[in-house]
Design a protein around this ligand. Structure first.
Ligand code: CTP
Ligand code: ZN
Length: 161
């Protein structure tokens, strides 16, 4: 087996989001709200060769760990991602992201007429029909949503935050 070459340097403290679907590194950054307005060190590698995925992106964020909500969002757009927590240069925790069978709260239904978008006290709820490519079905109106719909929402939120 060919020796692995290190393309970007190791980090001392923070989070490495590895095995990101290639092409989605910048969306991961936007979900984290650090596109532009974050003063920590961020390293991105795109289209790196990967045994598992063929090609992958990597995002390294120094001095920061992720919230459960952020990890859940990343799962939807990069379902093969691993979240590595780094302390003192060592990987102290490695977690593969997971898409649950039912998603409540994280996303809104794209159908404006859906009851989950009214003033009724109902929590948006989606069934995961397929993880890759992502297909979600609204519990209330049956509307199907895909990754681009979900991403659009996350990015709209990130820019208004
Ligand atoms: N990493 C880093 N800084 C460190 C330690 C690790 O940037 N101080 C990065 C590595 O470059 C790699 C990821 O964190 O992209 C996970 O590290 P490691 O578990 O050592 O690598 P692998 O065994 O290749 O991971 P996996 O089995 O998840 O593919
Ligand atoms: Zn709906």
């Amino acid at each position: 087996m060919a020796r692995k070459t290190l393309r970007v340097s190791k980090i001392k403290e923070g989070t490495v989001i590895d095995h990101v679907t290639s092409g989605y590194a910048l969306d991961v950054l936007k979900i984290l709200g650090i596109a532009g307005r974050w003063d920590g060190v961020v390293t991105i590698a795109m289209n790196v060769p990967s045994q598992k995925l063929g090609r992958k992106d990597i995002v390294k964020v120094e001095g920061r760990e992720l919230s459960a909500e952020e990890v859940n969002k990343i799962a939807l757009i990069a379902p093969s991602a691993t979240i590595n927590i780094i302390r003192g240069y060592k990987v102290v925790n490695k977690q593969r992201v997971q898409i649950p069978a039912v998603i409540k709260g994280t996303i809104k239904c794209a159908n404006p007429a859906c009851i989950s978008n009214s003033n009724e006290p109902v929590q948006p709820t989606f069934y995961v029909k397929c993880r890759e490519p992502l297909i979600l079905e609204c519990h209330y109106c049956g509307r199907l949503m895909e990754k681009s719909d979900v991403l659009e929402q996350f990015l709209a939120k990130a820019s208004s935050a």
